[in-house]
Design a protein around this ligand. Structure first.
Ligand code: ADP
Ligand code: MG
Length: 671
């Protein structure tokens, strides 16, 4: 038997370290620490400057601080028949005395003794006598390892039950000493003129000489995370390109010309230049992998349609995937209208509508042996058993509604077709570069001319009667409206749907004789379709809906949107919702009703009153709610960073991308 291949030192399990037995290892696993490397990258949650202490006499109620003193008295009091308790000790540092209390943790008594020297961290809850409740503490022990914990800036780590701060700090100190020389620069490595060496940064993140070193170290370690990620994405891309050859889908314009001619508008410059990029991709040697970014209403659908036409012209099939049935249906209706006269086949495939063929069986289409087809659908389009032959192009609309894994899976289905993913979530650049690092990016940064303005108002619920009056007036003038209630999630109880239903009855009553329709995710496909058809035809004037309508709907006559409980939506989502109006020439109005009790929540909504720039809004949302929330789902494919911050580190992400691009073929050697 050959000996097992040697494990690189930093990848060794923590159990190989002195002093780490099964019990400690099990605790460390709970902190995601399995290997030596994980331990070295365990990020302190804060630092304590144990070279300077706050005198107990100077502790305040406003600011948490560290004090140091000796326990002069301690005791445990039980009450309520012994079911409740409070443990307390009194600390003296020569300036004053400090009471430290813990409720219902009687076992703490064992950990402290009169005469112990202790660090405590917290802010006062009372001043007479000075009292801390549940402070963080650490008993000061001199001895061999004393210098690790005192007279320095000490790291305070996230812990788990049973794991002492002091023990973990000691372990990390010793592990650093032993393995520091194994920490090498990644390849490609950043310029050490601008950043500390990686090994240095690891030391500084744990045991900084000064507090300002911490941020320098964090940035270096964040950069390394971004480098690793960008290299991985480039590697994926490189592999993909090595294993795939592009189908020739550049087209010859014979379908595109007549479609553009009957469009009724001229493409914007932005649309034209994006199409030029796409045409080059479709005629190139590698399959296209392109992200099309454009704010709501910027006209991505036309670009998708033209891209489809190029492929169809070349004799290949196209699949267009939308995140909801309603949107798939809308694409189907719009595109079929334009494509039918040319004898092109358009098919719809959703969960509730299977392979409906839409064709006016023109003579031309019959004279062709196997006319290429545009398939439109939801993810059902790719459900097992439905294999698309000669698939030249996959277009994914509203990509942010799908996960990255899903995206990959889809494209594998076919024989490496070209891929165009479109997103209206104006993703902040940090996220875009992170999530879509393996894609080329095109941006539509120009709105079609002649759009009506959207005015946005944030109002409290007591203004609702006036708002309804306003909506009636607009409907009387011939316009239509959306009324939106917070989303009904799958796991929600039936009560939530009832709430929507009850509101619906109210709306019906208060708007009679105008008609309202109800739309939410629990309706059957056919029912949704019926409501949408009636709304499109203006047989109903008001659509009462959940956030289901946030993506893609395009009805220029709908010019009013009322969103209740607006505080329950993210800003980016509200921006998407608002994107449903302002699509025609009429002036549009978005009214956000906030029942939030806090001013802060209402302030947040003001961003929408102030700007319609999707990028500003999503940057604000990212700062307020973090990336997971912004993307709306866990499956967003976003990696977890220990040090990197998607709200702060745009410069680092850019730099990592540049570095990765310089490395030969983007293959990371070792990180
Ligand atoms: P989104 O980018 O949000 O998907 P759509 O593709 O739905 O936007 O386009 C919004 C509306 O703008 C549609 O009604 C579409 O017909 C119209 N539109 C698209 N491009 C132009 C243009 N160049 N000039 C005028 N209207 C356009
Ligand atoms: Mg769209």
């Amino acid at each position: 038997m050959s000996p097992p291949p040697e494990i690189p030192p930093l990848k060794r399990p923590v159990t190989s370290l002195w002093g780490v037995g099964a019990e400690r290892a099990a605790q460390l696993v709970r902190l995601d620490i399995l290997a030596v490397e994980d331990l070295l990258l365990h990020r302190p949650r804060r630092y304590e400057d144990r070279r300077h202490f706050r005198a107990i006499a100077e502790l305040t109620r406003d600011e948490a601080a560290t004090a140091r003193g000796r326990i002069v008295a301690q005791g445990l009091k039980r009450f309520r028949g012994g079911t409740k308790s409070v443990f307390e000790f009194v600390l003296d540092d020569g300036t004053a005395r400090l009471h430290c209390r813990w409720w219902n943790l009687p076992f703490l008594e064992k950990y402290f003794a009169v005469g112990d020297e202790v660090f405590v961290f917290g802010k006062l809850v009372e001043t007479k006598p000075r009292t801390l409740d549940h402070p963080e503490t650490e008993v000061i022990e001199g001895g061999e390892e004393g210098f690790i914990h005192i007279n320095r800036i000490a790291p305070i780590y996230p812990l788990t039950e049973g794991l002492p701060q002091r023990w973990l700090r000691g372990l990390i100190w010793r592990t650093l000493g032993r393995f520091e020389s194994q920490i090498v620069e990644p390849k490609p490595a950043p310029d050490l003129k601008d950043f500390p060496a990686r090994a240095n940064a690891v030391r500084m993140i744990h045991f900084p000489e000064e507090l300002i070193d911490v941020e320098m170290a964090r940035r270096r370690l964040a950069l390394d995370e971004f480098i690793a990620l960008q290299c991985e994405m480039r590697l994926r891309r490189t592999k993909f390109e090595a294993n795939s050859r592009a189908l020739p889908c550049g087209g010859d314009n014979h379908l595109m010309k007549p479609v553009l001619a009957q469009l009724g508008f001229k493409l914007t410059n932005a649309q034209t230049s994006v199409l030029r990029e796409i045409r080059a991709d479709l005629g190139g040697t590698h399959p296209m992998r392109r992200l099309l970014q454009g704010d709501v209403g910027s006209g991505k659908t036309v670009v998708a349609a033209c891209t489809a036409l190029m492929t169809l012209e070349s004799g290949f099939n196209v699949a267009l995937m939308a995140p909801t049935e309603i949107l798939a249906e809308q694409h189907f209706q719009n595109l079929a209208r334009g494509f039918d006269p040319l004898g092109l086949r358009v098919q719809l495939q959703t969960g509730s509508r299977k392979t409906v063929e839409h064709r006016e069986a023109g003579i031309e289409s019959q004279s062709r042996p196997a006319p290429s087809t545009l398939f439109i659908g939801t993810h059902a389009l790719f459900a097992s058993g439905f294999d698309l032959p000669r698939l030249g192009l996959v277009v994914i609309d509203e990509q942010h509604k799908f996960g990255v894994a899903q995206r990959e899976q889809l494209v594998r289905k076919g024989n490496y077709p070209h891929l165009l993913v479109m997103t209206a979530t104006p993703i902040p650049r940090t996220l875009g570069l992170t999530l879509y690092g393996d894609l080329d990016v095109s941006v539509i940064d120009e709105m079609p001319a002649g759009r009506g303005h959207v005015k946005t108002f944030v109002r409290k619920a007591d203004k609702l009667p006036k708002v309804w009056e306003f909506i009636r007036k607009k409907i009387a003038a011939g316009r239509q409206a959306y009324v939106v209630y917070p989303r009904v999630e799958e796991q929600d109880t039936a009560n939530d749907i009832k709430a929507v239903t009850r509101e619906f009855a109210n709306v019906q009553r208060s708007l009679a004789p105008f008609r309202a329709g109800l739309l939410h995710g629990r309706l059957k496909g056919r029912e949704k379709e019926g409501v949408m058809t009636a709304f499109r035809a203006n047989q109903i004037q008001v659509l009462v809906a959940t956030a289901l309508i946030e993506v893609g709907l395009d009805l220029p006559n709908a010019t009013v949107m009322l969103i209740e409980n607006a505080e329950r939506f993210g800003l980016a989502q509200l921006h998407q919702l608002r994107g449903r109006i302002g699509r025609g020439a009429h002036e549009s109005f978005c009214i956000l009703i906030s029942s939030a009790r806090t001013d802060e929540a209402r302030e947040r909504l003001r961003v929408l009153e102030e700007t319609t720039d999707g990028f500003c809004i999503s940057e604000a949302d990212l700062k307020l709610r973090g990336p997971g929330e912004l993307l709306g789902q866990r499956q967003s494919g976003l990696p977890r960073f220990r040090f990197g911050s998607l709200t702060e580190d745009l410069d680092l992400i850019r730099r990592a991308r540049e570095l990765a691009a310089q490395s030969p073929r983007g293959v990371p050697e070792k990180i």
